[in-house]
Write a protein that binds this ligand. Sequence first.
Ligand code: SF4
Length: 233
Amino acid sequence: MPPIPPDRQDMSLPGLVGCRKCPRLVEYLGSLPPRKGLERADYWNRPVAGFGDTGARVFLLGLAPGAHGANRTGRPFTGDGAGDFMYPLLHEAGFASQAEAFEMGDGLVLRDLYISNAVKCVPPENKPVAEEFNRCRPYIAEELKRLSDLRVVVALGQGAFTSYLRLLKSQGVITRLSDFPFGHGAVYRMGDGPWLVASYHTSRYNIQTKRMTVKMFRDLLGRVAALAAGENG
Ligand code: SF4
């Protein structure tokens, strides 16, 4: 199992790496076949913690680890198509120290950005079920609590967006999820909390079908950077 290098920048959430609260996901982790040419021992195959700048103003929340990306490397969006799309644009926008993200210990450092997933264990067919979102939501709450300078939450995809809204509802910040429809580029502010920016996911499928393009994500990051800097227009 790969060691955790010092540049991991994770928050070391208590109980996360050994968490086994979701039986379906634990079973899946125990049976997931490795990619051709690799062994199961080459895989992280555990809950994947968030990583990045713990003083960040921007929190990017994805859905769940990719089977052969984050679940293999142990770091969100690292080693698969979603990250290959995203990190060059994060680097261009000044949020990432380099455009490449291929494994823990590759030197990548995030600035003013923390990245995590709504569900920390890889789900079958990339589809967590409602109970899995619910069980994992306290970890998001803890991450948010520790990001004391937070100004913008970027939810990648409807699953992450809805899970974040459910958290706000459980905290009494909002009353109805339907007041906040999902759409790429939608921006909301609830009270004096952080902005919420919705984005289509950077999944390989969305990229191949051009539902998500380089221009769309670049423009979105520009808006996110402006909101983080206090420009509300
Ligand atoms: S998805 Fe979250 S709550 Fe479920 S086992 Fe993994 S870390 Fe635990």
